[in-house]
Design a protein around this ligand. Structure first.
Ligand code: 3IO
Length: 357
């Protein structure tokens, strides 16, 4: 009796294994237009396949803009281009993004410039406390200033678009109502935003967003400092019951393409992507601004308290941040950048786009 049961169990297990193997059979999409091992049904003559890598999970804004870009490119090229997206760091992770794209591990990648501040000194000028009011203005400013200077940091790739988050707020487990209450709190940020937290007296820890859910969960950090749509998209509202509206610095992002992959694209496809660049930048900014509002409303419903600061308090919070600009000017000069001119241009652009509604 016992042996018969064991036989049945063994047979069921073997069948399970066979089914498991059969499921894995369809070939993974290939870079370029290698169709050799594609199922016949999907093999279309001349279809250009591109792999687009992203580091955070699918529901977050860098991936939402990725899917929107993908749909637009596929539509505007009449199906000539097919894009396979890889959210969640499945193809390239946060810090390895641009080098992975340069090496051709992905054709396209989305990166946050705050994760390698020493490498993107120029672009991180936009992450200084300069009063960018929202994501749309920040995105347009970033894209314009990039196009004016075409910095060396992106010389090895084709830049497809750029965008910025909304200004950062503090999301924390304990309430932070005054500048004094920031002191000693272990908070997470990245790049220039870490310096902001330090200037306020926090025990700031730098890490990419993709590592943050784990750090919050484990209690390695007591909160984070970034745009507030993450309260909803990462469900941080479950852990962080307080949002302090500091509305300070943005995080700049870029979408880059492997130069060789770009060079081999037909001119009409290149035109579709070039025409989409500025539009995508503005679309993402608008999406982000609306999404932050939505997230804060949703968070209130989850019992989160939104702490507003008075104009007097904001002035007090902004004061210790002045030194960050001086420090950036020093760093930028060391990198042979026209530091003061770049900051002046950014300020002019902020004014221009803030006025234009
Ligand atoms: C961000 C990065 C990945 C997913 C959602 C996000 N919301 C804001 C950011 C900015 C950022 O890169 C960061 O690390 O805070």
């Amino acid at each position: 009796m016992k042996t018969r049961w064991m036989l049945v169990i063994a047979m069921v297990a073997a069948m399970g294994l066979m089914v498991g193997c059969a499921k894995k059979e369809p070939a993974k999409p290939q870079v370029g237009n290698t169709q050799a091992n594609q199922p016949v049904k999907t093999a279309k003559e001349g279809v250009i396949k591109l792999k687009y890598a992203n580091f955070p999970p699918a529901p977050t804004f860098p991936c939402v803009q990725m899917e929107r870009w993908k749909e637009e490119v596929q539509k505007r090229t009449g199906g000539k281009v097919q894009i396979d997206t890889f959210p969640g760091g499945t193809l390239l992770d946060a810090k390895g993004m641009i080098d992975g794209v340069i090496a051709g591990q992905a054709d396209i990648g989305c990166l946050c410039m705050a994760y390698q501040p020493g490498r993107f000194v120029f672009e991180n000028a936009t992450a200084l406390p300069l009063g960018i009011p929202n994501s749309k203005v920040g995105s347009l400013v970033l894209w314009d200033v990039y196009n004016k200077y075409k910095p060396e940091s992106f010389a090895k790739v084709k830049v497809l678009t750029m965008f910025a988050t909304a200004p950062s707020n503090i999301m924390s487990k304990k309430p932070i109502r005054t500048l004094a209450e920031v002191k000693g709190q272990m908070l997470r940020a990245s790049g220039g935003a870490v310096e902001v937290l330090k200037a306020w007296g926090a025990e700031a820890s730098g890490m990419p967003m993709s590592e943050t859910p784990d750090a919050l969960q484990k209690g390695v950090v007591q909160g984070l400092y970034t745009s507030a749509e993450v309260m909803m998209d990462f469900k941080f509202a479950e852990l962080c019951k307080y949002v302090t509206l500091t509305e300070t610095v943005i995080y700049p992002f870029a979408v880059v393409m492997n130069q060789k992959a770009w060079d081999t694209l037909p001119a009409d496809v290149q035109k579709v992507m070039d025409d989409l660049a500025g539009e995508q930048c503005e679309w993402t900014g608008t999406y982000m601004d609306n999404h932050v509002k939505e997230s804060l409303e949703w968070s209130k419903g989850k019992g989160v308290e939104i702490i507003a600061l008075t104009p007097e308090q904001l002035a007090e919070w902004n004061k210790p941040l002045e030194s960050l600009k001086t420090k950036w000017i020093e760093d930028a000069k060391k990198a042979n950048l026209p530091a003061e001119q770049i900051l002046a241009d950014i300020k002019t652009l902020i004014e221009k786009y803030s006025k234009a509604k």
